[in-house]
Design a protein around this ligand. Structure first.
Ligand code: FES
Ligand code: FES
Length: 176
């Protein structure tokens, strides 16, 4: 991803116009320079699919794709996203004729979510990651998932879902 726009010249107390292409549709809003992209999506645009957990880049719950690349929305300012393409979990089915994607279906089949708080971020990371590495080994996959905290599943169902959807169905995971 190229560097995001510099923001140093923006007045702190002013709400600035921010336009993004959210899941293929142009959306316009306003943001103070310090407003996080995660809060802009949820509170300014009403796109609540993106979750907010730690708000300092650790848990991965807020992961979206910016110009196709997975990024933490809580580490990105809304004004930095101006003019960018932002894809969120809502867009997965929207881009698939309104049906859940194969990855989402595999998550459902393999019980890869419980409370679901982490799920949107994991799906967005995986959408980017599997585009670059369509057949990850279990070890590679677990390394990638280490950037996401899930308190519920123990990751076993997530690993099974991804291995199945990448054509590497497995009867049991090697470890949890
Ligand atoms: S809310 Fe962004 S990484 Fe946790
Ligand atoms: S399903 Fe609850 S945190 Fe992952």
């Amino acid at each position: 991803m190229p560097p995001l726009n510099p923001t140093s010249t923006l007045a702190a107390e002013t709400r600035h116009a921010v336009s993004i292409v959210l899941n293929g549709k142009l959306r316009n809003g306003h943001a103070h320079p310090r407003l996080l992209l995660s809060d802009f999506l949820r509170h300014e645009l009403g796109a609540h699919g993106t979750r907010v957990g730690c708000e300092h880049g650790v848990c991965g719950a807020c992961t979206v794709r910016i110009d196709g690349v997975a990024a933490r929305a809580c580490l990105t300012l809304a004004v930095q996203a101006d003019g960018r393409r932002i894809d969120t979990v809502e867009g997965l089915a929207e881009a698939n004729e309104g049906r859940m994607t194969a990855l989402q279906e595999a998550f459902r089949r393999h019980h890869a979510l419980q409370c679901g708080f982490c799920t949107a971020g994991i799906l967005m990371s995986l959408t980017d990651y599997l585009g670059r590495n369509p057949k990850p080994t279990e070890e590679e996959l677990r390394d990638m998932l280490s950037g996401h905290l899930c308190r519920c599943t123990g990751y076993a169902g997530i690993v099974r879902a991804v291995m199945e959807v990448t054509g590497q169905a497995m009867t049991e995971v090697t470890h949890v």
